[in-house]
Design a protein. Sequence first.
Length: 156
Amino acid sequence: MKATIGNIPSVVISGKTYSAAQIVDKTLLARRPVNVYHITNLKKPFGQIKAGAPVGVVYSWIGPSNFTNGKMYWQFFRSDGSTYYAEHRSTDFDQSSLKQQGAITVLEQIESEKPPQGETWQRTITKIAVFSIVAYAAVSIISNTTGVGRRKIIYL
């Protein structure tokens, strides 16, 4: 586990940092045997997932908190609707399978949200120019159809 982004914890998986929100709805694959727990006893595992097998599709996460002894757990659903949990450990899960499922790292997310360098002033000028042209066209159309702005010549 790393820091948090807002209220969402960031986690390290095989050396890459992800927002926990990026892991939700993704299948975690075990890189090594992974213990699974019931919520009623996060200290004693009820089973173990073998290396290479899917742990499950992440529904949510709990912790880190006092209840979880400062650890974070991924929450999964069984086919019967019951839940089970796997403690997050950075080396337990396969990072390449997350990438294949579309998960992006925190760094990739930051890079994708940056505006392109060198183009920001050009985009601003383009937006102003487009707005000015649209505004001029709108005023021209309105004045031609309503007669506003026309000079009336009165002949005597």
